[in-house]
Design a protein around this ligand. Structure first.
Ligand SMILES: Cc1cc2nc3c(=O)[nH]c(=O)nc-3n(C[C@H](O)[C@H](O)[C@H](O)COP(=O)(O)OP(=O)(O)OC[C@H]3O[C@@H](n4cnc5c(N)ncnc54)[C@H](O)[C@@H]3O)c2cc1C
Length: 333
């Protein structure tokens, strides 16, 4: 049973008018037609709208393919021009520099389809599918296994890369396989063992593999009302314990076990501490929220300040979970 499919040839990224698309194919105009597709590559596209912090400069080039062929064409385009490639999921674990990013930024947000196979209990999803939306779909079908994921506002691809997790579950626990696109344009299927999973990390981090699809093992056959109720309970718990009312990237630091990063930050007296528009959240000290008008540099400097203060007090260096990409200043004032 296919519950959603959005595999068209188009990959337009914004409401550019058709005439402009037909007549522009030059660097000067700000848009380029990706060869062999009807995808528009846009120059100097602001990335702040595509990150959950709502900060960050512009992408030198930006494209959002809607299917695998367009994704392959995007990679080829970058390779032929020696452009560095950055993959953008929902941008919910990213701090993009105010100076923007060089090269081609490839967004997966339009790579979307999902397929629940009742024979195997497996859910196959495209990289750009939203984790909360597949969690709700699974719950409504009475398929157990993704209730924990409802509060994670990322894509399936981002979750596979980050080994996203909550409530003592994580993607590695249920991943059957991930399909990845290599830089030569070929596809490979990898098992969780090959991805070297551990807490919030995988071998995909720092590699140039692009996750295009993931297959997850779920448990069909439960009462949908019960699965929906548990999913709602997890969502409610998140909303009451974490600051979802301001832009953030979720937890900023990995927990240095046996400690919780939030507890260390709170005990260091940093709750509410603010640099520019960036603040250590009152509700959960491992969140930095954008209280309005924050720059990426405010968040970056707050991260450095927290690290410094926690290290002074506890001799523990907190390791960021958030991916900071682009150039940041070496020193904060
Ligand atoms: C309010 C809030 C709550 C959160 N709660 C949690 C939580 O409970 N647990 C948790 O684990 N995380 C949480 N997060 C963090 C975040 O949602 C997860 O890390 C998520 O998995 C990131 O997915 P994404 O699609 O947004 O990835 P992005 O932020 O876009 O990217 C993250 C990294 O993955 C890479 N990447 C993304 N997609 C692909 C792909 N298809 N192929 C190759 N590389 C790719 C990017 O290049 C980047 O390095 C939270 C975030 C917010 C804002």
């Amino acid at each position: 049973m296919t519950i959603s499919q959005a595999a068209t040839k188009a990959c337009t990224i914004s409401a550019l008018n058709t005439k402009k698309q037909e007549t522009t194919n030059s660097i000067e105009s700000g848009t380029i037609l990706l060869p062999g597709t009807d995808c528009i590559i846009k120059s100097q596209a602001s990335l702040s709208a595509f990150t959950s912090y709502r900060v960050g400069g512009a992408a030198q080039w930006y494209v959002a393919p809607r299917n695998l062929e367009a994704m392959q064409a995007s990679i080829k385009y970058a390779k032929e021009r020696d452009l560095p490639v950055t993959i953008l999921g929902a941008g919910s674990n990213l701090l993009v520099s105010d100076r923007g990013l060089p090269g081609l930024i490839i967004a997966t947000r339009h790579l979307r389809y999902s397929y629940f196979d009742p024979q195997t209990g497996q859910l196959t999803v495209a990289a750009g599918e939203s984790i909360p939306s597949i969690a709700w779909s699974a719950a409504e079908l009475g398929w157990q296994g993704l209730e924990w994921a409802v509060g994670i506002p990322g894509t399936a691809g981002g979750a596979v890369v980050m080994n996203a997790g909550a409530h003592n579950s994580c993607i590695a626990d249920m991943l059957v396989s991930a399909q990845v696109l290599l830089s030569d344009g070929t596809l490979k299927t990898l098992t969780p063992e090959q991805l070297g999973y551990s807490y919030r990390t995988s071998l995909l981090q720092g590699s140039d593999y692009i996750v295009t699809q993931a297959t997850l093992q779920l448990k069909p056959g439960a009462d949908p009302a019960q699965v929906v109720a548990l999913t709602k309970q997890h969502k409610k718990h998140r909303l009451t314990t974490q600051p979802y009312n301001f832009p953030s990237c979720g937890s900023v630091f990995r927990n240095p076990k046996p400690y919780a990063a939030g507890w260390l930050i709170e005990q260091t007296g940093l709750k509410g501490y603010q640099i520019g528009g960036a603040q250590v959240a009152q509700l959960h000290a491992n969140f930095i929220v954008n209280r309005g008008g924050a720059k990426a540099s405010d968040i970056f400097c707050l991260i450095r300040h927290i690290q410094h203060q926690v290290q002074e007090r506890w001799s523990i260096l907190l390791e960021p979970e958030v991916k900071m990409i682009g150039e940041f200043q070496a020193a904060c004032g």
